[in-house]
Design a binder for this molecule. Structure first.
Ligand SMILES: Nc1ncnc2c1ncn2[C@@H]1O[C@H](COP(=O)(O)OP(=O)(O)OP(=O)(O)O)[C@@H](O)[C@H]1O
Length: 449
């Protein structure tokens, strides 16, 4: 992990040396004058700046320092500027704080206090960056509530937008916890049925003998305990969207009844005699391979074709490039609010572990993991132990074509780096250990915009 950059604007060589030595956990950049400081700011984009107000050509006044502060606040308002001032500068310090300086320290400097203030400034900057990035991603979110920057997911979301206004039955394929219900809700929200109900049922969670009455409803006296007429979920979804989760777990007799509904668009309540017309858009989901089940005779082929007019596959989290860190930040921000915790941020080892883990339980596992971490974290940081992740497994190397493997790895690591630094080319190049022009070349080679 490269050191964080700290810009020190100071014309006194003795103080320059003192700060450089005292703050060696940072990559300290030194500038003596305003133009030099602005050049360093543009080039290195440090998150935190310490500055003396008395800079040449006005070392005894504050005009240069205040002008520099104004320039920094305009050019990079998120930068945290800490003003280092002499005792007699009180008026100018107040002016600086009013102009947007983050904090001030009086000379002679107390090294421990200054280190603490700088640490807080970096921390606050990190939290604000995270929040800004999340707000931007949520605003850019392809479907509301779906957080992703992975090309495969974005493609899937575009398909959802195209399919949503149609009347086609949609089948969502994807591993458990990868967001099938979220996508189904997205389909509903983007359809003309959005004002009506979205009703979901999980076929695997309801015992077989109860599923029929849950789906189709029942008349009073239809069976022992049927004290009054009860509408089924399909009927409740009239005018809206009906979402059948884990459809692969439905027993054959019910499959036949569901097929009849899809063909005729009428239902009969259990114990009832009349047919009731119901208008719903059917979306179903499964983590099982229905086509294989159909071939093996465990799932009706005719039902399979009725349900799968459009099939959308949702990639598992392990295949989404850059999404792990992104989703972790999203859930962290969300749970900090819901658990009434002050803003937390991830320690670098925690983020690296999140990125390396394969998340077999997909987004749901990540959601639970981050909730736990937010609850367990002590202080202002989420440590590796707070995540409670199993030891990160070594990844199996599948590709033995060296050029292809190299290309794929290059692409993956670039997307990850860009996602980590919110698309900032300079910082991504630093993370990757290449120059900016090289990164531009690589991006154009891989078609990354
Ligand atoms: N891309 C995403 N962005 C934000 N939150 C997500 C995303 N994908 C899933 N989630 C959240 O993860 C959790 C699990 O998602 P969901 O219930 O939609 O998965 P599922 O595939 O339907 O799961 P199952 O197969 O177990 O029914 C939900 O809380 C959902 O809001």
């Amino acid at each position: 992990m490269p050191k964080k950059k700290l810009l020190v604007v100071e014309d006194d060589p003795g103080l320059q040396k003192q700060l450089r030595w005292g703050l060696d956990e940072y990559d300290v950049l030194i500038a003596e004058r305003r133009e030099q400081a602005l050049a360093q700011l543009r080039r290195h984009q440090p998150c935190v700046v310490t500055m003396d107000l008395g800079l040449p050509p006005d070392p005894d006044g504050a005009s240069e320092g205040l002008a520099l502060l104004r320039d920094i606040v305009t050019a990079a308002p998120e930068t945290k500027v800490i003003v280092l001032s002499g005792n007699q500068d009180r008026g100018n310090v107040l002016k600086a704080v009013a102009m947007g300086a983050y904090d001030f320290q009086q000379k002679p400097l107390d090294a421990d206090l200054l280190r603490l203030v700088i640490q807080r400034a970096f921390f606050l900057h990190g939290v604000q960056q995270d929040n800004r990035r999340m707000l931007q991603i949520e605003a850019d979110s392809p479907l509301s509530g779906i957080i992703s920057r992975d090309p495969g997911m974005l493609k899937m979301c575009r398909s959802v937008e195209k399919v949503a206004p149609s009347s086609a039955s949609v089948m969502l394929l994807g591993d458990s916890g990868c967001g099938k219900e979220l996508v189904a809700r997205g389909l509903h929200r983007l359809s003309a049925r959005r004002e009506r109900r979205f009703v979901a049922i999980n076929c695997a969670a309801i015992p077989e003998h109860l599923l029929e009455s849950e789906l189709f409803g029942y008349e009073k006296g239809a069976f022992t305990g049927a004290a009054r007429q009860t509408l089924g979920k399909i009927e409740l979804a009239h005018g809206g969207t009906f979402f059948l989760d884990e459809i692969g777990d439905m027993a054959p007799p019910l499959q036949a009844k569901l097929l009849r509904f899809l063909q005729e668009r009428v239902i009969e309540r259990v114990g009832g005699r009349s047919e009731i017309a119901v208008d719903v858009r059917v979306v179903c989901a499964t983590h099982r391979n229905l086509k294989t089940l159909a071939e093996q005779g465990q799932f009706r082929e005719d039902l399979y074709y009725r349900l799968s007019e459009i099939v959308l596959a949702i990639p598992p989290l392990r295949e989404r490039v850059g999404d792990r860190v992104l989703l972790a930040q999203h859930f962290k921000n969300r749970f900090c609010v819901s658990e009434h915790r002050q803003a937390l941020h991830f320690r670098p080892e925690a983020l690296a572990a999140i990125d390396a883990y394969t998340w077999p339980g997909n987004v749901r596992e990540m959601e639970n993991c981050i909730k736990r971490a937010v609850i367990m974290a002590e202080g202002s940081q989420i440590a590796l132990e707070d995540l409670g992740l199993p030891e990160v497994e070594a990844q199996a190397v599948e590709n033995i074509d060296l050029r292809q493997a190299r290309d794929a790895a290059e692409y993956k690591v670039m997307i990850k780096a860009l996602a980590r630094v919110d698309g900032n080319i300079l910082r991504a190049a630093e993370l990757l250990g290449v120059s900016r022009p090289t990164l531009y070349d690589l991006m154009s080679h891989h078609g990354i915009k």
